[in-house]
Design a protein. Structure first.
Lengths: 126, 226
Protein backbone atom coordinates (compact mmCIF):
# COMPACT_ATOMS: atom_id res chain seq x y z
CA UNK A 1 0.00 0.00 0.00
CA UNK A 2 2.95 2.30 0.74
CA UNK A 3 4.10 1.84 -2.87
CA UNK A 4 0.65 2.72 -4.16
CA UNK A 5 0.46 5.93 -2.16
CA UNK A 6 4.08 6.75 -3.02
CA UNK A 7 3.29 6.46 -6.75
CA UNK A 8 0.02 8.40 -6.45
CA UNK A 9 1.82 11.06 -4.38
CA UNK A 10 4.60 11.24 -6.97
CA UNK A 11 2.11 11.81 -9.77
CA UNK A 12 0.21 14.40 -7.72
CA UNK A 13 3.49 16.21 -6.96
CA UNK A 14 4.50 16.23 -10.65
CA UNK A 15 1.08 17.53 -11.67
CA UNK A 16 1.14 20.19 -8.93
CA UNK A 17 4.59 21.36 -10.04
CA UNK A 18 3.47 21.45 -13.68
CA UNK A 19 0.34 23.45 -12.80
CA UNK A 20 2.39 25.83 -10.66
CA UNK A 21 4.81 26.24 -13.57
CA UNK A 22 1.92 27.07 -15.94
CA UNK A 23 0.45 29.63 -13.50
CA UNK A 24 3.87 31.16 -12.86
CA UNK A 25 4.53 31.42 -16.62
CA UNK A 26 1.17 33.11 -17.17
CA UNK A 27 1.93 35.70 -14.45
CA UNK A 28 5.43 36.24 -15.83
CA UNK A 29 4.32 36.77 -19.44
CA UNK A 30 1.46 39.00 -18.24
CA UNK A 31 3.96 41.26 -16.44
CA UNK A 32 6.13 41.44 -19.57
CA UNK A 33 3.11 42.17 -21.78
CA UNK A 34 1.98 44.98 -19.47
CA UNK A 35 5.42 46.59 -19.66
CA UNK A 36 5.54 46.23 -23.47
CA UNK A 37 2.03 47.74 -23.84
CA UNK A 38 3.12 50.67 -21.69
CA UNK A 39 6.11 51.11 -24.02
CA UNK A 40 3.71 51.10 -27.01
CA UNK A 41 1.72 53.92 -25.39
CA UNK A 42 4.93 55.93 -24.86
CA UNK A 43 5.84 55.50 -28.53
CA UNK A 44 2.39 56.73 -29.55
CA UNK A 45 3.03 59.78 -27.33
CA UNK A 46 6.41 60.26 -29.04
CA UNK A 47 8.48 59.41 -25.94
CA UNK A 48 10.95 56.99 -27.56
CA UNK A 49 13.50 57.18 -24.73
CA UNK A 50 10.99 56.03 -22.09
CA UNK A 51 9.73 53.31 -24.48
CA UNK A 52 13.30 52.08 -24.85
CA UNK A 53 13.83 51.97 -21.07
CA UNK A 54 10.59 50.02 -20.59
CA UNK A 55 11.43 47.50 -23.34
CA UNK A 56 14.96 47.03 -21.95
CA UNK A 57 13.44 46.49 -18.49
CA UNK A 58 11.15 43.80 -19.95
CA UNK A 59 14.08 42.14 -21.73
CA UNK A 60 16.17 42.16 -18.53
CA UNK A 61 13.29 40.53 -16.66
CA UNK A 62 13.12 37.89 -19.43
CA UNK A 63 16.89 37.29 -19.30
CA UNK A 64 16.81 36.86 -15.52
CA UNK A 65 14.46 33.88 -15.91
CA UNK A 66 16.32 32.45 -18.91
CA UNK A 67 17.35 29.17 -17.24
CA UNK A 68 13.84 28.39 -16.00
CA UNK A 69 12.36 29.24 -19.39
CA UNK A 70 14.88 27.07 -21.27
CA UNK A 71 14.37 24.13 -18.93
CA UNK A 72 10.59 24.15 -19.18
CA UNK A 73 9.77 25.48 -22.66
CA UNK A 74 10.61 24.50 -26.22
CA UNK A 75 13.79 26.30 -27.19
CA UNK A 76 12.28 27.47 -30.50
CA UNK A 77 9.62 29.38 -28.51
CA UNK A 78 12.11 31.02 -26.14
CA UNK A 79 14.46 31.84 -29.02
CA UNK A 80 11.60 33.47 -30.95
CA UNK A 81 10.79 35.72 -27.97
CA UNK A 82 14.47 36.61 -27.55
CA UNK A 83 14.68 37.55 -31.25
CA UNK A 84 11.44 39.52 -30.88
CA UNK A 85 12.91 41.63 -28.05
CA UNK A 86 16.06 42.34 -30.10
CA UNK A 87 13.95 43.35 -33.12
CA UNK A 88 11.70 45.67 -31.09
CA UNK A 89 14.73 47.36 -29.48
CA UNK A 90 16.38 47.84 -32.89
CA UNK A 91 13.20 49.46 -34.27
CA UNK A 92 13.02 51.77 -31.24
CA UNK A 93 16.57 52.88 -32.11
CA UNK A 94 15.42 53.60 -35.69
CA UNK A 95 12.26 55.32 -34.37
CA UNK A 96 10.18 53.68 -37.12
CA UNK A 97 6.68 53.74 -35.58
CA UNK A 98 4.85 51.52 -38.11
CA UNK A 99 7.49 48.77 -38.07
CA UNK A 100 7.79 49.03 -34.29
CA UNK A 101 4.03 48.60 -33.80
CA UNK A 102 4.04 45.48 -35.96
CA UNK A 103 7.08 43.91 -34.22
CA UNK A 104 5.75 44.74 -30.74
CA UNK A 105 2.33 43.23 -31.55
CA UNK A 106 4.09 40.09 -32.79
CA UNK A 107 6.16 39.85 -29.61
CA UNK A 108 3.07 40.29 -27.42
CA UNK A 109 1.31 37.57 -29.42
CA UNK A 110 4.26 35.17 -28.97
CA UNK A 111 4.30 35.75 -25.21
CA UNK A 112 0.57 35.20 -24.99
CA UNK A 113 0.65 31.99 -27.09
CA UNK A 114 3.60 30.66 -25.11
CA UNK A 115 1.74 30.99 -21.82
CA UNK A 116 -1.51 29.70 -23.31
CA UNK A 117 0.25 26.61 -24.65
CA UNK A 118 1.24 25.58 -21.13
CA UNK A 119 -2.24 25.84 -19.62
CA UNK A 120 -4.08 22.61 -18.85
CA UNK A 121 -7.11 23.11 -21.07
CA UNK A 122 -9.14 20.72 -23.25
CA UNK A 123 -7.99 22.59 -26.36
CA UNK A 124 -4.35 21.93 -25.46
CA UNK A 125 -4.97 18.33 -24.42
CA UNK A 126 -6.63 17.19 -27.65
CA UNK B 1 4.37 20.64 -18.91
CA UNK B 2 1.00 19.87 -17.25
CA UNK B 3 -0.42 19.20 -20.71
CA UNK B 4 2.40 16.73 -21.44
CA UNK B 5 1.81 14.91 -18.14
CA UNK B 6 -1.95 14.52 -18.62
CA UNK B 7 -1.46 13.56 -22.28
CA UNK B 8 0.95 10.84 -21.12
CA UNK B 9 -1.71 9.37 -18.80
CA UNK B 10 -4.36 9.45 -21.55
CA UNK B 11 -2.09 7.88 -24.17
CA UNK B 12 -0.83 5.22 -21.75
CA UNK B 13 -4.35 4.10 -20.90
CA UNK B 14 -5.46 4.21 -24.56
CA UNK B 15 -2.49 2.12 -25.70
CA UNK B 16 -3.09 -0.44 -22.92
CA UNK B 17 -6.69 -0.82 -24.08
CA UNK B 18 -5.45 -1.09 -27.68
CA UNK B 19 -2.91 -3.79 -26.81
CA UNK B 20 -5.56 -5.71 -24.82
CA UNK B 21 -7.94 -5.56 -27.80
CA UNK B 22 -5.18 -6.78 -30.12
CA UNK B 23 -5.13 -10.06 -28.21
CA UNK B 24 -2.57 -12.13 -26.39
CA UNK B 25 -0.59 -13.14 -29.47
CA UNK B 26 0.61 -9.55 -29.94
CA UNK B 27 1.95 -9.24 -26.42
CA UNK B 28 4.95 -11.58 -26.69
CA UNK B 29 6.47 -12.36 -23.33
CA UNK B 30 5.41 -9.17 -21.56
CA UNK B 31 2.17 -8.25 -19.84
CA UNK B 32 0.20 -5.57 -21.76
CA UNK B 33 1.08 -2.82 -19.26
CA UNK B 34 4.80 -3.73 -19.39
CA UNK B 35 4.79 -3.74 -23.19
CA UNK B 36 3.09 -0.34 -23.33
CA UNK B 37 5.55 1.07 -20.78
CA UNK B 38 8.51 -0.14 -22.84
CA UNK B 39 7.04 1.21 -26.08
CA UNK B 40 6.33 4.69 -24.73
CA UNK B 41 9.46 5.10 -22.61
CA UNK B 42 11.67 4.27 -25.59
CA UNK B 43 9.96 6.94 -27.65
CA UNK B 44 9.86 9.55 -24.88
CA UNK B 45 13.55 9.11 -24.20
CA UNK B 46 14.53 9.21 -27.87
CA UNK B 47 12.81 12.50 -28.77
CA UNK B 48 14.63 14.92 -26.38
CA UNK B 49 17.81 12.90 -26.97
CA UNK B 50 17.79 13.73 -30.68
CA UNK B 51 16.14 17.15 -30.70
CA UNK B 52 18.13 19.66 -28.65
CA UNK B 53 15.29 22.15 -29.01
CA UNK B 54 13.09 20.10 -26.69
CA UNK B 55 13.87 20.47 -22.99
CA UNK B 56 15.00 17.24 -21.30
CA UNK B 57 12.34 17.85 -18.67
CA UNK B 58 9.61 17.28 -21.27
CA UNK B 59 10.90 13.71 -21.61
CA UNK B 60 11.73 13.11 -17.95
CA UNK B 61 8.35 14.34 -16.62
CA UNK B 62 6.21 11.94 -18.68
CA UNK B 63 8.62 9.05 -17.99
CA UNK B 64 8.25 9.65 -14.23
CA UNK B 65 4.46 9.74 -14.63
CA UNK B 66 4.58 6.44 -16.54
CA UNK B 67 6.69 4.80 -13.85
CA UNK B 68 4.25 6.01 -11.17
CA UNK B 69 1.28 4.76 -13.23
CA UNK B 70 2.91 1.36 -13.71
CA UNK B 71 3.55 1.17 -9.99
CA UNK B 72 -0.10 2.04 -9.26
CA UNK B 73 -1.35 -0.56 -11.77
CA UNK B 74 0.99 -3.27 -10.49
CA UNK B 75 -0.16 -2.70 -6.88
CA UNK B 76 -3.80 -2.71 -7.99
CA UNK B 77 -3.31 -5.96 -9.95
CA UNK B 78 -1.84 -7.56 -6.84
CA UNK B 79 -4.71 -6.36 -4.66
CA UNK B 80 -7.62 -7.11 -7.00
CA UNK B 81 -8.08 -10.25 -9.12
CA UNK B 82 -10.84 -8.54 -11.08
CA UNK B 83 -8.56 -5.61 -11.93
CA UNK B 84 -5.79 -8.02 -12.92
CA UNK B 85 -8.16 -9.85 -15.27
CA UNK B 86 -9.23 -6.52 -16.76
CA UNK B 87 -5.67 -5.28 -17.28
CA UNK B 88 -3.87 -8.48 -18.25
CA UNK B 89 -6.73 -10.71 -19.40
CA UNK B 90 -7.37 -14.31 -18.41
CA UNK B 91 -5.63 -17.47 -19.69
CA UNK B 92 -7.64 -19.16 -22.46
CA UNK B 93 -7.97 -22.92 -22.82
CA UNK B 94 -7.39 -23.50 -26.54
CA UNK B 95 -7.26 -27.33 -26.46
CA UNK B 96 -9.18 -29.50 -24.00
CA UNK B 97 -8.82 -33.30 -24.13
CA UNK B 98 -7.39 -33.12 -27.64
CA UNK B 99 -10.30 -31.02 -28.91
CA UNK B 100 -9.62 -27.53 -30.23
CA UNK B 101 -11.92 -24.84 -28.83
CA UNK B 102 -12.65 -22.91 -32.01
CA UNK B 103 -14.51 -20.14 -30.21
CA UNK B 104 -11.53 -19.42 -27.95
CA UNK B 105 -9.22 -19.54 -30.96
CA UNK B 106 -11.35 -16.96 -32.78
CA UNK B 107 -11.64 -14.81 -29.65
CA UNK B 108 -7.84 -14.73 -29.30
CA UNK B 109 -7.24 -14.46 -33.05
CA UNK B 110 -5.07 -17.57 -32.74
CA UNK B 111 -4.68 -19.51 -35.97
CA UNK B 112 -4.35 -23.27 -36.43
CA UNK B 113 -0.92 -22.72 -37.96
CA UNK B 114 0.20 -20.86 -34.85
CA UNK B 115 -1.24 -23.62 -32.63
CA UNK B 116 0.61 -26.34 -34.55
CA UNK B 117 3.81 -24.30 -34.54
CA UNK B 118 3.63 -23.83 -30.76
CA UNK B 119 2.87 -27.53 -30.23
CA UNK B 120 5.79 -28.58 -32.44
CA UNK B 121 8.08 -26.18 -30.56
CA UNK B 122 7.17 -28.04 -27.38
CA UNK B 123 7.76 -31.45 -28.98
CA UNK B 124 4.09 -32.34 -29.46
CA UNK B 125 3.09 -33.71 -32.86
CA UNK B 126 -0.30 -35.25 -32.13
CA UNK B 127 -3.17 -33.12 -30.84
CA UNK B 128 -4.79 -36.22 -29.31
CA UNK B 129 -1.96 -36.43 -26.77
CA UNK B 130 -2.78 -32.99 -25.38
CA UNK B 131 -4.90 -32.74 -22.25
CA UNK B 132 -4.85 -28.93 -22.11
CA UNK B 133 -3.21 -26.22 -24.19
CA UNK B 134 -3.55 -22.87 -22.45
CA UNK B 135 -2.81 -19.51 -24.02
CA UNK B 136 -1.32 -17.52 -21.14
CA UNK B 137 -1.81 -13.78 -20.61
CA UNK B 138 1.77 -13.12 -21.79
CA UNK B 139 1.05 -14.80 -25.15
CA UNK B 140 2.87 -18.08 -24.39
CA UNK B 141 1.17 -21.44 -24.95
CA UNK B 142 1.41 -23.91 -22.03
CA UNK B 143 0.89 -27.53 -23.09
CA UNK B 144 -0.11 -30.23 -20.59
CA UNK B 145 -0.03 -33.77 -21.96
CA UNK B 146 -2.51 -36.52 -21.04
CA UNK B 147 -1.31 -38.66 -18.12
CA UNK B 148 -0.64 -41.65 -20.42
CA UNK B 149 1.56 -39.50 -22.67
CA UNK B 150 3.69 -37.95 -19.97
CA UNK B 151 7.24 -39.26 -19.51
CA UNK B 152 7.76 -41.68 -16.64
CA UNK B 153 9.38 -40.12 -13.59
CA UNK B 154 11.87 -41.75 -11.26
CA UNK B 155 9.27 -41.61 -8.46
CA UNK B 156 6.73 -43.51 -10.58
CA UNK B 157 9.08 -46.47 -11.03
CA UNK B 158 10.13 -46.46 -7.37
CA UNK B 159 13.60 -45.02 -7.79
CA UNK B 160 15.06 -42.50 -5.36
CA UNK B 161 17.88 -40.69 -7.13
CA UNK B 162 19.94 -38.40 -4.89
CA UNK B 163 19.11 -34.69 -4.91
CA UNK B 164 22.08 -32.95 -6.47
CA UNK B 165 20.69 -29.50 -5.75
CA UNK B 166 21.90 -26.30 -7.31
CA UNK B 167 25.59 -26.37 -8.33
CA UNK B 168 27.55 -23.42 -6.96
CA UNK B 169 30.28 -21.83 -9.07
CA UNK B 170 33.53 -21.58 -7.11
CA UNK B 171 35.93 -20.61 -9.90
CA UNK B 172 34.75 -18.74 -12.96
CA UNK B 173 37.20 -18.10 -15.79
CA UNK B 174 40.21 -18.28 -13.45
CA UNK B 175 38.67 -16.08 -10.74
CA UNK B 176 37.93 -17.53 -7.31
CA UNK B 177 34.47 -16.60 -6.00
CA UNK B 178 35.46 -16.57 -2.33
CA UNK B 179 31.97 -15.66 -1.13
CA UNK B 180 30.54 -18.83 -2.74
CA UNK B 181 33.40 -20.90 -1.30
CA UNK B 182 32.70 -19.66 2.23
CA UNK B 183 28.91 -19.98 1.82
CA UNK B 184 29.33 -23.68 1.01
CA UNK B 185 31.52 -24.13 4.09
CA UNK B 186 34.78 -24.85 2.23
CA UNK B 187 38.17 -23.19 2.58
CA UNK B 188 41.39 -22.66 0.62
CA UNK B 189 42.93 -25.91 1.90
CA UNK B 190 39.97 -27.91 0.54
CA UNK B 191 40.18 -26.04 -2.77
CA UNK B 192 43.92 -26.68 -3.13
CA UNK B 193 43.30 -30.39 -2.44
CA UNK B 194 40.62 -30.52 -5.14
CA UNK B 195 42.89 -28.74 -7.62
CA UNK B 196 45.79 -31.08 -6.82
CA UNK B 197 43.55 -34.12 -7.50
CA UNK B 198 43.10 -32.75 -11.02
CA UNK B 199 46.81 -32.02 -11.49
CA UNK B 200 46.22 -28.27 -11.21
CA UNK B 201 48.03 -25.92 -8.88
CA UNK B 202 46.47 -22.46 -9.28
CA UNK B 203 42.94 -21.05 -9.65
CA UNK B 204 43.84 -19.29 -12.89
CA UNK B 205 44.37 -22.69 -14.51
CA UNK B 206 40.66 -23.43 -14.06
CA UNK B 207 37.95 -22.28 -16.47
CA UNK B 208 34.97 -23.47 -14.41
CA UNK B 209 34.74 -25.26 -11.08
CA UNK B 210 31.41 -26.08 -9.49
CA UNK B 211 30.28 -28.05 -6.47
CA UNK B 212 26.74 -29.36 -5.88
CA UNK B 213 24.92 -30.02 -2.62
CA UNK B 214 26.20 -33.63 -2.61
CA UNK B 215 29.77 -32.31 -2.67
CA UNK B 216 30.38 -33.46 -6.26
CA UNK B 217 33.01 -31.27 -7.84
CA UNK B 218 33.07 -30.63 -11.58
CA UNK B 219 36.12 -28.97 -13.03
CA UNK B 220 36.89 -27.70 -16.53
CA UNK B 221 40.56 -26.71 -16.88
CA UNK B 222 41.40 -23.62 -18.86
CA UNK B 223 42.60 -24.21 -22.39
CA UNK B 224 45.91 -22.72 -23.45
CA UNK B 225 45.59 -19.66 -25.67
CA UNK B 226 46.43 -20.58 -29.30
Amino acid sequence: MRRLWGAVGGMALLLALALWNAAELEDFTQTLSDTLREAEQRVEAGDWAEAQDLTKEAKTTWDQRDLWLHVTLRHTDTDAVQTGFDQVLALIDCQDQAEYASASAQLLQRLSLMAAGEQLTLANLF
Amino acid sequence: MAVALVRTVILYLIIIVGIRLMGKRQVGELEPSELVLDLIIADLAAVPMQDYGIPLLSGIGPILVLLCLTMVLSVLTMKSLRFRALLCGRPSIIVRDGQVDQREMRRNRFTLDELHEELRCQGVADLDTVKYAILETNGQLSVLLKAAEQPVTAGQIGLKPPETGLPTVLISDGRLLRRNLQRRGYNDTWLQKELKKRHLSREDEVFLLTVDEQGTVRCTPREENP
